[in-house]
Write a new protein. Structure first.
Length: 315
């Protein structure tokens, strides 16, 4: 697969030729792992026939411990390093620049991940795959709908519920990944802080793609970062007003406030943990649905390369 050069850079420019080579190598790695199985890949048009009535995602409950090297998603690190601003207090994404220069790259990256077979991977590699696919698709869909300033209708609309993705012959949506696959087969509440919501009130974009060998440390860091983010947890008397990222995903906590409170305490900084000590119940707090967008000044980005093959896919 030919990967377009990445003709964009924040105020910390990087070598574009090296970036293109890294992107190509990463996609080739993904393709090679996808082809390791001798079992033919099911085709998407017949996916519905492969879905058991009781659990359409049952295939993703299985896992293996292959001896192959871990999957590398370094291309996502390259992408994030160029198009996400990390020094503004909250991470912000340059959707306009992505739409103009990198939409094709996003399409190819998401497509490449979908060639993998999660059921043939270890549980940690599976988890990294699902998180990376979810986050890349969120950026992709948000870019397609850009410009959009308030994303509440977007996140709660058809783009999140449409089964526009497919792995191992099973069609699935962003909501399926979050509420069925990740909640049911992993159930780790730290995951919620690692799943991108394209809003100022959502979890921050991480600087590194999820990676199987270090996924536990990455989840710890994401949970600590988000829980202590301003406005995510606000305590008043014995009530904690908490981001809907948690309260609307109570299945990760068995539906119990006590388990959610314990999770918040586990990753809260001392000052917040002290306030949570007297909390007995949880309510949904305020949430900033403004797009987590950064619109670059003219001199913030290097000019597009004349060799670029990246074009906007439109909305």
């Amino acid at each position: 697969m030919d990967i377009a050069r990445l003709p964009f850079a924040l105020s910390r420019p990087m070598a574009l030729g090296a970036g293109a080579a890294l992107a190509a190598a990463a996609i080739i790695t993904l393709q090679a792992i996808a082809q390791q199985s001798t079992t033919p890949m099911p085709t998407m048009p017949g996916a519905e026939a492969n879905r058991p009535a009781d659990d359409p995602f049952a295939i993703f409950a299985t896992a293996h411990e292959p001896a192959e090297a871990p999957i590398s998603y370094d291309v996502w690190n390259e992408f994030v390093g160029k198009l996400v601003l990390f020094d503004s207090g909250r991470t912000e994404i340059a959707y306009r620049t992505i739409k103009q220069n990198a939409a094709t790259f996003l399409d190819e990256f998401v497509t490449a991940i979908q060639t993998l077979r999660p059921e043939l991977l270890s549980k940690k590699e599976q988890l990294a795959l699902w998180i990376n696919l979810y986050n890349a698709q969120v950026v992709r869909v948000t870019t397609q709908r850009y410009p959009v300033r308030n994303v509440e209708a977007l996140v709660n609309g058809p783009d999140w519920s449409a089964q526009s993705l497919g792995l191992s012959g099973i069609k699935l949506s962003l909501n399926d990944i979050r509420t069925h696959i990740l909640a049911r087969y992993f159930g780790d509440p730290r995951i919620l802080a690692a799943l991108l919501v394209p809003a100022q009130g959502g979890p921050a974009v991480q600087k590194q793609a999820a990676s199987g060998p270090i996924i536990d440390a990455q989840l710890d860091a994401a949970a600590k970062q988000y829980i202590n983010q301003s406005g995510v947890v606000v305590v008043k008397a014995d009530i904690a007003y908490v981001s809907p990222v948690y309260t609307l995903n109570r299945m990760y906590f068995g539906g119990e406030d006590a388990r959610l409170i314990a999770h918040l305490k586990q990753f809260a900084k001392p000052s917040l943990a002290a306030k949570l000590a007297g909390v007995t119940r949880v309510e949904t707090g305020k949430f900033d649905w403004a797009l987590n967008d950064v619109v670059p000044r003219q001199n913030d980005f290097s000019p597009p390369s004349s060799q670029s093959g990246g074009q906007s896919s439109g909305s």
